[in-house]
Design a protein around this ligand. Structure first.
Ligand code: EPZ
Length: 416
C-alpha cells in the first residue's frame, strides 16, 4: 500500500495551474447520456472518480475514451438503464446518473447508495424531484427502480439546496414535456457549468447560480464539446498549503470569484492574496492568526469541501478558531488524525474549536476521506519532521497529481 511521505518546513514557491473540476465533470458525464451523440469534455482531470464514471458509461453501452485530459463520450449506444451494486460502491455520487437515464430510457435503476465517510448520504431530495416530474419509484431488493413513460415539466421545490438533487432535476427536465422550474436550487458554480453544457445540447436552461433554475424540455440529438470550469476546491487546497508554510505561490487557470469566502478567511488569517482575471497570488510567512468562526453553508457560503483544508491551516494560527460544519453530519474525522501531529482540536457536535500550537510534529496518519486526506497533506507541510499519509485512494478520487504539484512548488513530498 503506498503512502505520501512529507517532510514539512519547506518554503513553497512557484506556479500551479489548477485542473478541471471533479464536481463539474461528473454531472456532465451523466448529462452526456442525454446528447444521443458525441460529447468531448476538455480540461478533464485524471481522477479515480472520473474513471469510475467512464466505467459506468461503458456498462450502459456507451463508448467512452480518455485521451490525456479529454474524454470523448458517444451515448448513441445506450443499451442498459441500470447501475449495479459494484459500480455504485465504487462511486456513491453515481446517483447523478438517475435523472438522465430516466429521461432517456423511461426507466432507471440503481443499487441504493450506502452512506460514506461523511455520514449517511440520503437521496430523498433526488427521488422527490423525479416523482414531481412524473416518475414512479419503487424499492426492490436494495435497489431503487424509477419508471416514467414520459416526464412532464413541473415545479420542483427542494427543501434543501442539494447540489446533486438540483442536477438530477435539471437532467430529467431536459427531455420532459414542458417547462420545469426548480426552486431553492443549489447555486454552486458546477450547476452553472452543467447549465452551459445543457445549453450547448440545445436545451433552453437558465437561472443557474440563482435559487430558481428553469429548464424547457426538448428533444436532443447533438454532438458538442465542453471545457469544464477549474476546480475551486483543489484551488482552495493549494491556497491552504501556501498559507500553512512560508510561501509565494501563483494559482493560474482559476476563477477567483468562486473562492471569495476561502480567500476572505485566508486574508483574515494573515495571508496576502491578490486576485487577477484567472490568477490568484498568495504570500504567507506561515505565522497565521485565528479568525472569526468558519461556518460552512451552501454556495455562496463557505464551502464544506474546503473546511478540512482551512482547519489544517488554522492548526498553528495564534488563538482559537471555531469551525461550524452545517452540511455533513460527520465531517471532522480528519481531526483525530491531526491530533496525532500535535493539533489541539476540541469537537462538540457540529462545532470544532481549533487552538493554534506553536509546532506540529510529523507522524504516520491515515486519510479518512477525500478532503480530509488532502487536509492532512496541508498539515504535514507545516509540521516539523516526516509525516506518512496512508489511505491514498481517498485523495486520488479528487486530486490529479497532488504530490507532483506540491513537489514542483518545493515541498519535500513523494509517493512511496
Ligand atoms: C456535492 O455532493 C459534492 N459532490 C460534494 O463534494 C459537496 O460536498 C456537496 O455537493 C455539497 O457542496 C459532487 O458534486 C459529486 P448535497 P452532494 O446533495 O450532491 C443532504 C467532494 O469532496 N441531502 O448538496 O451529495 C446530504 O446528506 C464532495 O468533492 C439529503 O438529505 O451534496 C448532505 O448532508 C464531498 N437528501 C447535504 O444534503 C438528499 O436527497 C448536502 O448534500 C441529498 C442530500
Amino acid at each position: 500500500m503506498s503512502v505520501l511521505r512529507i517532510t514539512g518546513g519547506r518554503e513553497l514557491r512557484g506556479e500551479v495551474r489548477v485542473h478541471g473540476a471533479k464536481n463539474s465533470v461528473l454531472p456532465i458525464i451523466a448529462a452526456s447520456l442525454l446528447a444521443n451523440g458525441e460529447t468531448v469534455i476538455h480540461n478533464c482531470p485524471k481522477l479515480s472518480d472520473v474513471e469510475a464514471a467512464i466505467k459506468i458509461l461503458r456498462h450502459l453501452g456507451c463508448r467512452a475514451e480518455r485521451r490525456d485530459r479529454e474524454v470523448a463520450v458517444d451515448s448513441r449506444g445506450l443499451s442498459r438503464l441500470d447501475i449495479p451494486h459494484g459500480l455504485m460502491r465504487e462511486m456513491r455520487s453515481s446517483v447523478i446518473f438517475l435523472g438522465a437515464l430516466l429521461a432517456r430510457g423511461g426507466e432507471a435503476s440503481l443499487s441504493l447508495p450506502g452512506g460514506c465517510e461523511l455520514g449517511p448520504r440520503p437521496i430523498d431530495l433526488h427521488l422527490g424531484a423525479l416523482r414531481a416530474l412524473g416518475a414512479k419509484i419503487t424499492e426492490e431488493g436494495g435497489s431503487i427502480i424509477c419508471r416514467a413513460a414520459r416526464l412532464r415539466g413541473r415545479r420542483v421545490n427542494l427543501s434543501f439546496p442539494s447540489v446533486g438533487a438540483t442536477e438530477n432535476a435539471m437532467l430529467a427536465a431536459s427531455l420532459a414535456e414542458g417547462t420545469t422550474i426548480v426552486t431553492n436550487a443549489a447555486r454552486e458554480p458546477e450547476i452553472w457549468d452543467l447549465q452551459c453544457y445543457l445549453r450547448a445540447l440545445g436545451v433552453n436552461a437558465y437561472g443557474a447560480g440563482t435559487p430558481t433554475v428553469v429548464v424547457e424540455g426538448t428533444r436532443i440529438s447533438a454532438d458538442v464539446s465542453h471545457s469544464v470550469i477549474p476546480d475551486r476546491i483543489v484551488a482552495a487546497t493549494y491556497l491552504a498549503a501556501a498559507a500553512a508554510t512560508r510561501s509565494k505561490v501563483e494559482l493560474s487557470g482559476v476563477i477567483p470569484a468562486h473562492l471569495a469566502t476561502v480567500v476572505g478567511t485566508l486574508r483574515e488569517m494573515g495571508c496576502e492574496i491578490r486576485a487577477e482575471r484567472e490568477t490568484l497570488y498568495i504570500e504567507s510567512d506561515g505565522n497565521l492568526r485565528a479568525v472569526r468562526p468558519v461556518i460552512t453553508e451552501p454556495y455562496p457560503g463557505f464551502p464544506t469541501d474546503a473546511q478540512p483544508q482551512l482547519m489544517a491551516a488554522a492548526l498553528r494560527a495564534k488563538g482559537t478558531t471555531a469551525f461550524v460544519e452545517n452540511i455533513f453530519e460527520n465531517r471532522y474525522r480528519h481531526a483525530e488524525e491531526m491530533r496525532r501531529l500535535g493539533a489541539d482540536i476540541k469537537i462538540e457536535g457540529r462545532v470544532a474549536m481549533v487552538t493554534g500550537t506553536d509546532k506540529l510534529t510529523g507522524a504516520p496518519v491515515t486519510a479518512t476521506d477525500l478532503r480530509g486526506g488532502a487536509a492532512l497533506a496541508v498539515a504535514a507541510l507545516g509540521a516539523e519532521g516526516v509525516t506518512e499519509i496512508s489511505g491514498l485512494h481517498h485523495i486520488d478520487r479528487g486530486y490529479d497529481g497532488l504530490e507532483d504539484t506540491l513537489r514542483a512548488l518545493g515541498a519535500e513530498i513523494r509517493r512511496a
